[in-house]
Design a binder for this molecule. Sequence first.
Ligand SMILES: [Zn+2]
Length: 264
Amino acid sequence: MLNRVEGIVLKTQDYGESNKIVTLYSREFGKITAMARGAKKPASRLAAITQPFTYGSFLIQQGRGMGTMQQGEQIESYRHIREDIEATAYASFVVELINRAVEDSTPQPAIFNLLQQALHAIADEYDPEAIALFVEWKMLPVTGIYPTLHECANCGATDGEFSFSFQQIGFLCHRCFAVDPYIVRLTPAQVKLIRTFYTVAIDQVGKLTLKKETKKFIKKIVRTIYEEQTGIRLKSQSFLDQLDRLPEYFPKKENPSTSQEEGE
Ligand SMILES: [Zn+2]
């Protein structure tokens, strides 16, 4: 059976002298793998189309076992992602997280859209760190974690001061702070921002200009949830941590004067 799928290359693995095994996230079938024969040779017509982050339309011959990629056409190249080291690093993180979090051959169009919008936003030079953070929050339910962020996880109150509880995986109101001795206190702006990351569409998150410190704080919360609840730890994370430690080599395009986070 020959299938045409719309997909994004999550990962490639060399196979033998000249072949690649390509992992795609497709709109139609979810995560699938296909053998791309000859794709390691630069002259191959499959060479360009099987680069990581490529968004394309692929023709896959499906037999028993792994399919074979017959041909592919690029829909978007996401050039900026390949040319900018920070964009590459965050895009790598996004595709690795999605690759790890999803099951094979389970169509989830919402995840395809999330991936496509995230790469598109990074390629459009939105803050890649904020986009990656957004994907992290949005992928929590895919791994079976549903944080309680719309009310107090203990009493259901929607008013008051809030803190984050890893034990409850969600917010606790000030009346319930005693429930968890290890709560992380949050300002109202932080509460609002966490809800935004979890619930709001990606095209709106892209417009936020966030301070480095704010991103670091929110990132620490979501990473701790992943580490404690899912055991997912990503290889691309250590490269991002290195980038963070070398700010002088990678000047950040930040403009704190246009920051929206405190004012809202
Ligand atoms: Zn409460």
